[in-house]
Design a protein around this ligand. Structure first.
Ligand code: NAD
Ligand code: MG
Length: 419
């Protein structure tokens, strides 16, 4: 099951109907933004603010930055806001009341699922980072919402279960990750499967990150601040480290497998340091279709929000005359073994991608906390993949239990390294 079959199930007629509905309907779409205080959340609200006639914010969630969430509530007046804990919820509720804002503040994992699956909600931006974003994104998929998926870890961890939920509920899944959004735009509108569309390869572009030209030796002493200074994109800290290690591209390879029902041999990665081509599709007649643009996440966000229409996003036009030369390289799998680990996990199947994801989240957090070296991240992931090589969860509860077991195992290894 893939995003393509979810498109074909609903079909072109349904798309046409939607366009008619949107044109004729005067009521704006109600939107929940999970992870509103993060980079994707902020960019989403920037696009939404440009189109108040089309979108109204139903609910917002935020983890740590309560002041930022408060400002967003005052600006967008959502019905609900959700924080992680009771104390931050009480603090936010009090602050909002003082400002005359009627938003009701809830907290915790269940509340996240409620705002994602609420009957009044039309669309959900899933932009919580990491496996913590899976339950509410899945709740939105199960409730048949239009799901704008930025949270790639949800698919890496539970691709099969997630895509089954999309199919069963008739949810509309639209990719926010710039590469997958580019591929989606480069496929035919009525695409049922890659084979039927004559696709030979999906080509994911990778910037190569801030350490593209670092030697293996230099990589062992890089700092979190260096890893988070991405040359082309402004992103959250976890995805920035993933981009620097090329694990982000590995996670995206697995994401593409699920979104487009691709086999590993159909997915290729090419390093393109300028991040102007956001990804490509090569067809069997030799044609290559690509999506280009200024590197700005508001483009894929606006594309998914308005699909199949197009809306303005505040993004600077691509000026071909001032672009640097566009270059392409092979990824260096020796200096950046994380990408090979992801391909290996995809080949292995079963729970290997979930193991990869959980171990990587712990390793990245340890690196950001300056407990381990950058080069220890893929080592910790490889250890976990070896240790949990036979994991094969039959249900989601087993998968969540495995996720916890991998985290504990990897944490123990982190402690050993740091002792
Ligand atoms: P970010 O760190 O800037 O924001 C993460 C958001 O999730 C914040 O609102 C934070 O408060 C919330 N959050 C964190 N932990 C949480 C938890 N345990 N429970 C509930 N909420 C929690 O991250 P980001 O860069 O916006 O990325 C978000 C997701 O989108 C990630 O999965 C990332 O891989 C994906 N993505 C990001 C970009 C990008 O350009 N930033 C591009 C493609 C995909
Ligand atoms: Mg991406």
């Amino acid at each position: 099951m893939s995003l393509l079959s979810s498109l074909s199930l609903n079909g072109k007629n349904e798309r046409d109907n939607r366009v008619k509905q949107q044109v004729s309907s005067s009521s704006p779409q109600l939107l929940t933004v999970l992870g509103a205080t993060g980079t994707i959340g902020v960019n989403t609200l920037d696009v939404v603010a440009r189109h108040p006639d089309r979108y109204q914010v139903f609910a917002l969630s935020g983890g740590q930055q309560i002041d930022k969430l408060a400002q967003q509530c005052i600006q967008f007046q959502p019905r609900y806001a959700v924080t992680l804990e009771a104390a931050s919820a009480a603090q936010l509720q009090q602050g909002l009341r003082q400002q005359g804002c009627t938003t009701e503040v809830l907290y915790g994992a269940e509340a996240l699922q409620q705002i994602a699956a609420h009957p009044d909600v039309d669309a959900v931006m899933a932009a919580i980072v990491g496996a913590a974003g899976l339950p509410p994104a899945l709740a939105a998929a199960q409730a048949g919402k239009k799901v704008l998926l930025a949270n790639k870890e949800a698919l890496v961890m539970a691709g099969r279960f997630f895509m089954e939920a999309v199919t069963e509920s008739g949810a509309r899944l639209l990719p926010i990750d710039s590469e997958h959004n580019a591929i989606f735009q480069s496929l035919p509108a009525d695409c049922v499967s890659l084979a039927q569309a004559g696709v030979e390869k999906i080509i994911l572009t990778a910037s190569g990150g801030p350490f593209r030209q670092f030697s293996a030796e230099a990589l062992s002493s890089v700092t979190p601040a260096q890893a988070c200074a991405h040359p082309n994109w402004v992103m959250g800290r976890k995805i920035s480290v993933d981009s620097a290690s090329l694990m982000n591209k590995g996670l995206e390879v697995i994401e593409a497998r699920w979104l487009f029902d691709a086999i590993p041999e159909q997915i290729e990665v090419v390093v393109h340091p300028q991040s102007v081509i956001h990804s490509m599709v090569r067809y069997r007649d030799g044609s290559v279709l690509a999506q280009l643009g200024t590197p700005d996440m508001r483009t894929p966000i606006a594309h998914a929000l308005a699909w199949p229409e197009r809306i303005t996003a505040g993004v600077a036009a691509l000026d071909f005359l001032s672009l640097p030369p566009l270059t392409f390289e092979q990824p260096d799998l020796v200096r950046f073994p994380a990408l090979s680990l992801a391909f290996a996990a995809l080949e292995q199947g079963a729970d290997a991608p979930a193991v990869l994801n959980a171990a990587n989240e712990i390793a990245v957090a340890a690196f950001l906390a300056e407990k381990i070296r950058f080069t220890a991240i893929p080592q910790l992931v490889e250890n976990a993949l070896t240790h949990f090589a036979h994991a094969n969860s039959g249900c989601l509860d087993d998968l969540f239990a495995l996720d916890q077991a991998v985290r504990s195992y990897t944490l123990q290894h982190v402690e050993r390294i740091t002792c």
